[in-house]
Design a protein around this ligand. Structure first.
Ligand SMILES: [Zn+2]
Length: 487
């Protein structure tokens, strides 16, 4: 593991000087003097101003629908602006295709499986997450979520000084409907800024989890809309209509599919506007320059890229794993840096704690990419990415990805190999034509799978089973969870 301590121990010069040399533009004002050493008074003052940290996770946001990732629509002007003054990872992939395992792997640096089955277990007590690591090192922490998928009931409040579930106090009917303005990101931003104004102490860590691009897809008053006013089909973005099309097997016309994509893009644009509101709020409080602000997602959304619609089903292709990852910290990170190469979800937290000058998390399997990224080297292509199965229902779906190859292995269907350079949409299985690469990737996957039981057993310690009450179950069902697999 490339923890921040390793190279420093070999050198016998003051630690703060080493950290500056090692990190250069990343974290110039850094924290590594905190526990040690003889820094000069001016240096000390600068070095002891650790940044605030905000991680905003926008649920269900696929990277290729954002303008800064090459989308033809201007869906993300605010994120584009943030990336222009920060760092954008071009090829970041999460380690699962649904919320719970993906969020926990992002916050722990540890690959799934973390949850045994759908919404029936808590985060293992012994697993260290980013918020508790920062809290332990002196950050004041608060989390804000507006989705039942990351409720405290499942342990997602772990490590936070305060954890605010913005949907929890809503009227039962509203809460279980999961649609309407009560679930919009502006409530998350308002709650976060209010917390900063009334309860924050420097430095602070905030986690924001919003869900606008998640179905149901809704239009927002006053926001840019992409829908075709002449569309006359049944798809209005509601889960009722989506479910009806699946259950009655009446399918989706080309116009229906276009309508759903247009609505989804509108949700992205609304979400982006709220990011702008957060950035403006930080600037107004003179907090923006010394805040490490991260925007990421837990998974994407399939719009018939391979077979069907949605997420959390039997698909580990890029439409579900390629997510945006942008980091801004004007006082500590370079501006306008785009980092090519494969970035794994499990590398996020190790990279963040490295940038903050903290030791690596004890359970992390990912590694910091800080130095390689800063050096403009991109991320080495040999770094394979492994995904666990969906775990909503055990079917053993796994994939392994490098920069240029994807092995997609569904034991009940097929094991396929895709050349991502020649075929970025992964439509043409080349397994039969390239048996050596198929075997090499299969070996990697099998080795990882063989070690999985031991890792799973280690995580069992401290995990509790969850029983849902009526409102919790209804809330999850209203987001399309707790249903059947798409089969
Ligand atoms: Zn999600």
């Amino acid at each position: 593991m490339a923890g921040s301590g390793e190279p420093l121990r070999r050198l016998s010069v003051p630690r703060c000087a080493v950290s500056r040399a090692a990190l250069g533009g990343w974290g110039a004002a850094l924290v590594l003097c905190t526990s040690l050493v003889a820094c000069g008074p001016t240096q000390e003052r600068a070095a002891r101003r650790p940044p605030n940290v905000i991680v905003w996770l926008v649920d269900t946001l696929r990277a290729d629908h954002l303008s800064c990732y090459g989308y033809e629509r201007d869906t993300s002007p605010q994120l584009d602006a943030l990336a222009a003054q920060g760092v954008l990872f071009e090829n970041a992939h999460v380690n699962s295709n649904w919320t719970q395992p993906s969020v926990v792997s992002l916050l722990s640096g540890r690959a799934p499986p973390i949850f045994e089955s759908d919404y029936s277990s808590t985060i293992p007590e012994g697993l260290t997450l980013l918020p508790e690591w920062l809290r332990f090192h002196g950050w004041r922490t608060a989390g804000f979520t507006i989705t039942a998928a990351t409720a405290s009931h499942f342990g997602f409040d772990k490590g936070f000084g305060e954890y605010v579930e913005l949907d929890a106090d809503l009227d039962f009917t509203v809460r279980t409907r999961r649609s309407g303005p009560e679930f919009d990101a502006d409530r998350v931003v308002a709650a976060a800024l209010d917390w900063i104004d009334t309860r924050a102490a420097a430095p602070f860590f905030l986690s924001l989890h919003s869900v606008d691009p998640h179905a149901p897809y809704e239009a927002h008053v006053g926001e840019v809309a992409y829908t075709d006013p002449t569309y006359a089909g049944p798809q209005d973005g509601s889960l009722t209509q989506l479910d009806a099309a699946f259950e009655e097997r009446r399918g989706f016309s080309a116009a229906d599919r276009r309508q759903l994509i247009d609505l989804y893009d509108g949700e992205i644009r609304y979400s982006d506007t709220q990011l702008g509101a957060l950035v403006a709020g930080l600037r107004a409080r003179d907090l923006f320059d010394n805040t490490l602000l991260v925007v990421v997602s837990d998974h994407g959304e399939e719009f018939w890229d391979h077979r069907t619609h949605g997420h959390g089903h039997r698909n580990l292709h890029a439409e579900l794993t390629h997510v945006p990852l942008v980091m801004s910290w004007p006082d500590g990170l370079p501006a306008g840096l785009r980092v090519p190469g494969l970035m794994r979800g499990i590398d996020l937290t190790p990279t963040l704690v490295h940038a903050l000058g903290l030791p690596a998390l004890p359970d992390a399997e990912g590694e910091s990419v800080l130095l390689r990224a800063r050096a403009g080297q991109g991320l080495a292509s040999r770094r394979a990415l492994l995904f666990a199965d969906r775990a909503k229902r055990e079917h053993g779906l796994l994939a392994v990805r490098s920069d240029d190859l994807l092995l997609h292995a569904d034991p009940e269907r097929a094991t396929e190999l895709f050349d991502l350079e020649a075929d970025p949409a992964a439509q043409h299985d080349l397994g039969a034509e390239r048996p050596a690469e198929l075997e090499r990737f299969s070996d990697t996957l099998h080795t990882w799978r063989d070690g999985r039981d031991a890792r799973r057993a280690a995580l069992e310690l401290g995990r509790a089973s969850v029983e849902l009450d009526e409102a919790q179950a209804a809330s999850l069902r209203a987001m399309g969870y707790l249903g059947e697999d798409d089969g």
